[in-house]
Design a protein around this ligand. Sequence first.
Ligand SMILES: C[S@@+](CC[C@H](N)C(=O)[O-])C[C@H]1O[C@@H](n2cnc3c(N)ncnc32)[C@H](O)[C@@H]1O
Length: 182
Amino acid sequence: MKADRVRWNQKYQDESHPLEPSNVVKRFFRMAKKGRALDLACGNGRNALFLVGKGFTVDAVDISDIGLHSIPRRSEGLNLICADLDDYDIPQEKFDLIINIRHLNRRLFPYILEGLAPGGILIFETYLEEKGKKSKKISCRDHLLRSNELLHSFLPLQILYYIEKREKGGAAIASLVGVRPK
Ligand SMILES: C[S@@+](CC[C@H](N)C(=O)[O-])C[C@H]1O[C@@H](n2cnc3c(N)ncnc32)[C@H](O)[C@@H]1O
């Protein structure tokens, strides 16, 4: 939605964001066949660039044009797509790897499942709602997973890894890695 673009453009203008790829991506990307990858809500491209460096061709989607423009180098295997994931169509059975890091849009769940090629890998990690630390704003809670929600949502996959944990000095997160059966 348009408000997301305004909010995130402001954030990318005002704040610095990590350039180091996510640990969960570094740890599990090798499970995917080196082929086509999709990075949903790619932000400054830290994970997309990492995957391009590892030989993947990456479609990297984000609503923030400022975030996308901050991507330090253009690369042949990187296809930057400025789009709103509220109405973005994920092509079916196209991707050997889909990553969704630190973003939650439940509308996408069935399309993510369909977007994976048989044998394709999903790496999904984002924030969990914490008991006793509830945000009063429903709009904020919309962006937080409930306990076990991620696991239940992707049960059509063969689940290779699932964890809910608190990051060192940080927020509670859930991480899932799954494979679409062939
Ligand atoms: C916390 S950042 C995570 C970025 C990246 N995945 C990472 O791990 O560095 C969340 C990202 O979601 C993007 N985003 C928020 N709402 C969106 C929407 N409706 N459509 C597409 N991207 C959106 C923001 O622009 C932002 O880059």
